[in-house]
Ligand binder design. Structure first.
Ligand code: C2O
Ligand code: CU
Ligand code: CU
Length: 529
């Protein structure tokens, strides 16, 4: 039985705004060194908490990249634990993606190099070790990646980091009585922004841009401001919208990002708060009063009902509006990016993914399954021909909503429960919240540029407890041409093909097999015809 630091609860009535918001430093060069390290952080005065970070004790630097850059990243693992680092949202080759197959042993380095193909957007990096993602993320390893491009540069959006453009990493964590971070807990009662609890900041009286990540392990947040002011949504996960949308709320699920402009030009001296309106979250979403559907829907989530954040409104950031900066941005552009969503008619295939619970009916603990299976490192769930345009149809037969994430691509949502997505979900996304209780989301994506016949990409629920417990699958993107060229160019003969048991087999589709050559070399390959 664990006891929890209930004294740390941030419930309404407690004092807010005591700590100045931390702003992670940036790395803007194309040679990037990230050292993963253990350290100690005082989230609360006098309480030392063991944490992990990149280039520091907690979180990591914000990487600022420009489309077309050739980046060379060295990840030096100085943790006493194996891990991986994944570039969430970025369109990189499978071998550079940092999924669970790309492990970095303690003391080892990993050196992905890639050209930034992404549009301007907000991505992030975090560990992705199989069954241990939540542990490494909760303990503190996560950082932002801001991608810029020429289309965005022409818009005169606020883009001076820390001056008129602010990183906002939203997280909740649970602590035990010793002040240590608890992994896989429903008592994530501490709210932090950029690792700062009770955070306050000054923002200048001009157009200010908030680059928001929900980096929480499980919690969905309903963003808004305490004075109900309107803000402009200008983009989601993978890029800018075609035009700003005005809103007073934005629902953000774990893994998702949102790009927000707030007009503070006439707000000098005002004080207001960035909030999560948890009381407005519909049930069957983690963060609502009832995280599941049906009577007794909380009973299987230990501690959920005693977490004061659930179903309640709580403060994220205390904001005071101060003086304008030099050359402030004072207007919001009427139009933003230019893009054409993929058309449904262009799809080569529809894949159906059904989420079920392996537990009892109505069980919110999971483990949750995708098409009846739990994640298996050695099973490839899908093999996708390079350049395929695919519709993925996600059906959620469980009583809780799941934020589904796919690597490699940004997708366009075709419909949610049969209806066209609301305007704020019509841009580039790599995470989508799939409604509970037979909810359905269909998205369309193209799998271009990168192929690898042995290293897969992942898709999974971004509630890290669910992911760690196996709500994940993997797919290869294969280039049918590549294998042929490869064999022609080499001076060795194929002797036999064996499976994982060492049994000689004929090449079959959909199974990665081991190819043994005359020169004694072997290769793990996927057969594609
Ligand atoms: Cu942010 Cu596979 O994850
Ligand atoms: Cu990802
Ligand atoms: Cu889930």
């Amino acid at each position: 039985m664990k006891t929890y630091l209930f004294t740390l609860l941030l419930i309404s009535g407690a004092s807010f705004g005591q700590n100045q918001l931390a702003i992670p430093p940036t790395i803007e060069t194309s040679n990037i060194n990230l050292t993963l390290q253990e350290g100690v952080t005082q989230f609360y005065p006098g309480i030392n908490t063991n944490t992990m970070g990149a280039n520091g004790a907690l979180l990591g630097p914000t990487l600022i990249m420009t489309q077309g850059d050739n980046v060379n990243i060295t990840v030096d693992n100085q943790l006493s634990d194996t891990t991986t680092i994944h570039w969430h949202g970025m369109h990189v080759a499978p071998e550079d993606d940092g999924g669970p197959h790309s492990i970095i042993l303690p003391g080892a380095t990993w050196n992905p190099q890639f050209t930034v193909l992404d549009k301007a957007g907000l991505n992030w990096y975090h560990p992705h070790l199989h069954m241990r993602t939540d542990e490494h993320v909760s303990k503190g390893i996560a950082g932002l990646i801001i991608v810029r491009d020429s289309e965005e540069a022409a818009l005169n959006l606020p883009s001076t980091y820390g001056v008129d453009e602010f990183p906002i990493v939203l997280q909740t964590k649970g602590f035990d009585a010793a002040g240590e971070i608890v992994v896989h807990t429903e008592l994530d009662t501490s709210v932090m922004v950029n690792g700062t609890v009770d955070a306050y900041t000054d923002l200048p009286a001009q157009i200010v841009r908030l680059r928001v990540l929900n980096g929480a392990s499980q919690r969905v947040m309903e963003l808004g401001f305490s004075d109900n002011r309107t803000f402009s949504l200008i983009g989601t996960d993978g890029g800018l919208f075609t035009a700003p949308l005005s809103a007073t709320r934005y629902r953000i699920a774990p893994g998702q990002r949102v790009d927000i402009l707030v007009d503070l030009t006439t707000s000098l001296g005002q004080n207001f708060q960035l909030m999560s309106y948890g009381s407005e979250l519909p049930n069957a979403i983690y963060g609502a009063a009832q995280p599941g559907m049906g009577a007794g829907a909380t009973s299987s989530l230990v501690g959920y009902t005693s977490n004061p954040l659930n179903g309640n409104d709580y403060q994220l950031l205390d904001i005071t509006v101060g003086a304008q900066t030099a050359s402030p941005v004072l207007t919001i552009p009427a139009t933003l990016a230019n893009f054409t969503p993929l058309l449904e008619a262009s799809a080569n295939i529809t894949r159906d993914l059904t989420f079920t619970s392996a537990g009892a009916m109505g069980d919110l603990m999971g483990p949750f399954l995708i098409n009846g299976s739990s994640f298996d490192m050695s099973t490839i769930n899908y093999t996708i021909p390079l350049n395929n345009v695919e519709i993925w149809s996600l059906t959620n037969q469980t009583p809780i909503s799941h934020p589904f994430h796919i690597h490699d691509v940004q997708f366009f949502i075709l419909d949610i429960n049969g209806n066209p997505p609301p305007p704020e979900l019509q841009g580039f996304n790599d995470v989508v919240l799939v409604p509970a209780g037979m909810g359905n989301v269909r998205f369309i994506a193209q799998f271009n540029d990168h192929a690898n016949d042995s290293i897969p990409y992942m898709y999974h629920c971004h509630m890290l407890t669910h992911e760690d417990m196996g709500m994940m699958g993997q797919f290869l993107v294969v280039d049918p041409q590549a294998g042929i060229e490869e064999l022609q160019g080499e001076n060795k003969e194929l002797i036999k093909i064996v499976d994982y048991m060492g049994r000689e087999v004929l090449p079959v589709n959909n199974t990665p097999l081991i190819y043994m050559y005359s020169d004694g070399t072997t290769e793990r390959k996927f057969h594609f015809e």
